[in-house]
Design a protein around this ligand. Structure first.
Ligand SMILES: [Zn+2]
Length: 223
């Protein structure tokens, strides 16, 4: 069967090694064999489906369609961007508590950095997320300070009670001290110490975070 160039009508083709494709001798238009065309069609359909799922808010289904595509076309920037859009629920999820979508977004972000494909939208999301994290940490520290202060107060009054032999006061303060220390433990002081010693660099991947930061409970304001 003779092949005709769809652009110029030429019938002679050669293999272009640098582009890894068959091209028309006369005009250089690429010639795709039926399998290649079939694959491209499948790509377009799957990508369109994924975008529809993103529009409809079906993040999981979108990611399920995008993951195999990005395996086939690892340098396709728009696939990586769509993955991040779906994983972050259209750039609205600032906490990224679920591990699976976070890992997908992290890999796509790394790929986009290498491909020079970080768009202003992505950069804005990263900045917002970092700001939220910072606020959350500050609030957490404030709560920790509040309970440590109350614990110290209980301890002081407890010693006063001891020196005045007021055992009912000692008992009350002891219960209060235990309660305050329990609250401090709930606030996970280890994760705060870890984060104070290992602050995340500003330019890093917004999805690469140590598991420590995910142990800090989210307050209602930062959900
Ligand atoms: Zn041609």
């Amino acid at each position: 069967m003779e092949t005709i160039c769809p652009r110029c009508g030429g019938s002679h083709f050669h293999y272009n090694r640098s582009r890894m494709r068959m091209e028309c001798d006369t005009c250089g238009a690429p010639w795709l064999n039926p399998q290649q065309e079939q694959r491209l069609m499948e790509y377009d359909q799957t990508y369109a489906q994924a975008l529809q799922h993103i529009q409809a808010g079906n993040w999981q289904q979108a990611l399920q369609r995008l993951a195999p595509l990005v395996g086939q076309y690892p340098t396709d920037k728009k696939l990586h961007e769509a993955i991040i859009q779906a994983a972050t629920q259209d750039f609205s999820d600032m906490t990224m508590r679920e591990t699976a979508p976070r890992r997908q977004a992290e890999a796509s972000w790394n790929a986009l950095v290498r491909l020079h494909g970080i768009t202003p939208v992505l950069r804005r999301y990263a900045a917002q997320k970092q700001e939220r994290e910072r606020e959350r940490l500050q609030e957490h520290k404030a709560r920790m300070r509040k309970w440590l202060f109350r614990a110290a107060l209980c301890a002081i009054v407890l010693f006063l009670g001891l020196s005045f032999y007021s055992y009912s006061l000692v008992f009350l303060c002891f219960i209060g001290l235990l309660g305050c220390l329990y609250k401090v433990c709930l606030l996970d002081p280890l994760s705060l110490i870890y984060q104070a010693r290992h602050p995340a660099p500003a330019s890093s991947n917004p999805f690469t975070q140590s598991d420590w930061s995910y142990r800090i409970p989210i307050s209602k304001n930062h959900r």
